[in-house]
Design a protein around this ligand. Structure first.
Ligand code: NAD
Length: 456
């Protein structure tokens, strides 16, 4: 079906009110869960084909999270979809205040290539739970996964409820020309701006899940072994091609001598002595990104790692000392296993550096100094993060996930996904009898006194 016809058919379907039926939404989510579970092997195979992802990592970071998300929504959808009571002030009595979760209608979900299954399916789960129709545009750079997504969705939904449009930028552009009721975009800040421009034409609300440079700070009070192990883990998962991967390190100078040896030891612990031969290690998505990443190795002094394999597009976890913060590796989102490090003397330099750059999607701090922890948590803006860990704040549906400023707007995961895909409609329900007469003109001085009493 052509894109304009598909959008029109979804709009018609939405108006039949069938997607508002909570039992029907729940059944659809159950069906989707069954389809994903029975396609676990196909998903793993596609992720292996597109990114060389190991089976365990594919389950841990994509399929498993999608299934957990489905379980959450299947269990909680009735509570989430229920009208919420709100307090009723005396001035609105006798009456009752309610908040109704109104599905937006026809939604568009555009996904990137780095977690190509999860980042297409997870927002979709929230969109369906919230009672919407949806068109999903997976990434053309992960074609095998894109096909599996299309097959799964086709087996679970009629296209006028949920459909998948595969293709590249031209498909995205054709979709963005249409009028949607909500757009959920995950990808780069550059394309995020294009998406928002299109959305502005129709005043369509958007969620933008973007990326950027996420700092990782190790101060002098940190446990260096734990800090480096968890940081290397954050860079090894998906070979650092993770929006919330630690992008660069800011490390207290007291660790200057020990850092390279600990980094090397922890990398070996995770990937063995020959990471480039490890079957557990994801490759870089394509030659263009591989070349971009290997060029960064010229931006500083390699302290550990630095090996590459052009035939398999793999790069070892690499620690790169940078003395000039203006080099490319410190200006662009790295999105690979290279970790530049800048050493600092005083923590105030770290605060100044992070605050003078774009607000990051994630921030990680390794410290046991509560004054530093408290300051970072309450005074430095970032989307989300961890104290003494990396990545883990995204692994729970009890925390909202989303960026701020250049790293995005809006949030999802768990109840926040449901809220993102619904408008919170406020309603005052009044009985016919009973009224506060002073609200009506003509306004006498007595009425004004009453108005002032209530509105003080
Ligand atoms: P991208 O922005 O290049 O592409 C994402 C999607 O947008 C793809 O489906 C693509 O087809 C489409 N697209 C590309 N160019 C377009 C255009 N001109 N007009 C309309 N649509 C277009 O991003 P990517 O390279 O796939 O992903 C990497 C980026 O995504 C990184 O910046 C990363 O940090 C970010 N990311 C963010 C999150 C998050 O949850 N915040 C998650 C994963 C990735």
């Amino acid at each position: 079906m052509e894109i304009p016809q598909l959008v029109a058919s979804q709009q018609l379907y939405f108006r039949t009110d069938q997607t508002r039926d909570v039992s029907k939404r729940r059944e659809a989510l159950k069906k989707l869960r069954k389809a994903i579970a029975s396609n676990e092997k196909n998903i793993a195979k596609a992720l292996e084909q597109d990114l060389g992802k190991a089976k365990a990592e594919a389950y841990m970071t994509e399929t498993g999270i999608a299934l957990t998300s489905l379980r959450y929504f299947i269990r909680n959808i009735r509570t989430l979809a229920k009208d919420k009571k709100a307090k009723t002030p005396v001035t609105l009595m006798p009456g009752k205040c309610r908040i109704v979760a109104e599905p937006y209608g026809c939604t568009l979900i555009i996904a990137p290539w780095n977690y190509p299954f999860l980042l297409a399916i997870d927002p979709l789960i929230a969109a369906v739970a919230a009672g919407n129709c949806a068109i999903v545009k997976p990434s053309e750079m992960a074609p095998a996964t894109s096909q599996v997504i299309a097959d799964i969705i086709k087996s679970c939904f009629e296209p006028d409820w949920v459909a998948v449009c595969q293709g590249g930028i031209e498909t995205s552009e054709a979709l963005l020309k249409e009028r949607f009721d909500y757009i959920f975009y995950t990808g780069s800040p550059r394309v995020g701006k294009i998406v928002m421009q299109h959305a502005a034409m129709h005043l369509t609300p958007v969620t933008l899940e973007l990326g950027g440079k996420s700092p990782c700070i190790i101060d002098e009070t940190a446990d260096i072994e734990v800090a480096v192990r968890r940081t290397v883990f954050g860079k090894v998962v998906n070979a650092g091609q993770t929006c919330v991967a630690p992008d660069y390190l800011l490390v207290h100078q007291s660790w200057r001598d020990r850092l390279p040896e600990v980094f090397k030891a922890q990398s070996e612990l995770l990937l063995g002595e020959k990471p480039l031969e490890s079957k557990e290690y994801t490759h870089i998505i394509n030659r263009k990104h591989f070349d971009r990443l290997t060029a960064y190795l010229q931006d500083g002094k390699v302290l550990a790692g630095g090996d590459i394999r052009t035939d398999t597009l793999t790069i070892t976890p690499t620690l790169l000392e940078v003395s000039d913060p203006n080099v490319s590796v410190m200006q662009e989102e790295i999105f690979g296993p290279i970790l530049p490090v800048i050493f600092y003397e005083h923590i105030s330099e770290v605060y100044e550096y992070v605050r003078s750059h774009e607000k990051p999607l994630a921030l990680y701090l390794f410290s046991t100094d509560y004054s530093v922890i408290d300051y970072v948590m309450h005074n430095i803006p970032f989307g989300g993060g961890c104290i003494n860990d990396t990545l883990m704040h995204v692994a729970t549906h009890h925390l909202p996930f989303g960026g701020i400023g250049n790293s995005g707007m809006g949030q999802y995961h768990g109840q926040w996904g449901f809220e993102t895909f619904t408008h919170q409609k406020s309603v005052v329900m009044k009985p016919l009898a009973g009224d506060l007469s002073f609200r009506y003109p003509p306004y006498t001085w007595k009425k004004l006194r009453l108005i002032k009493f209530f509105l003080r």
